[in-house]
Write a new protein. Structure first.
Length: 155
């Protein structure tokens, strides 16, 4: 509010110590703190009263309307969502609605089957990679010596 730094506060404290004296300084700071607390309380009460008055008049409703009008992108996206919802929702009592329901179930089954097959393929691929990585014990590859068998022969 007043934009006072630590150096300014220290200077004010030193001047107050010189002017008021060390005996009366705690009393002065206590009274200053009480005064600041009262001022803050009055400011909070004033802002609360102004907000309540604005709500009574309907300023918050008007401001939300103005914000929505000022943001045309959001309103156009909402309109597209509403339109898409209208086209994707169907009446299950009509013949078209029943066909749409059957097709939705078929699409769901196809999707589940495809996910299952993809998972099986991933599992099979992982198993094959794991089998390729595990070396066979006791056999060495062509052109290299088996170190453990050399140690046994030398001992």
């Amino acid at each position: 509010m007043f934009d006072l730094g630590w150096t300014e506060l220290l200077l004010i404290g030193i001047v107050a110590l010189i002017v008021v004296g060390p005996k009366e300084l705690p009393v002065l700071f206590r009274k200053a703190g009480q005064f600041v607390g009262k001022i803050k309380g009055m400011a909070r009460e004033f802002s609360r009263a102004m907000n309540n008055a604005a709500d009574d008049v309907g300023v918050s409703d008007i401001s939300s309307t103005i914000r929505s009008a000022a943001n045309p992108l959001k309103s156009s996206v909402d309109a597209v969502k509403n339109a898409a919802t209208d086209y994707t929702s169907y009446d299950s009592e009509t013949e078209t609605g029943q066909l749409a329901g059957k097709r939705a179930e078929q699409a769901k089954k196809i999707k589940e089957h495809a996910e299952k097959k993809a998972q099986e393929k991933l599992d099979k691929s992982a198993d094959m990679n794991l089998a390729d990585e595990v070396p066979k014990k006791g056999k060495s590859s062509k052109g290299t010596k088996n170190v453990s068998s050399d140690k046994l022969e030398n001992s």
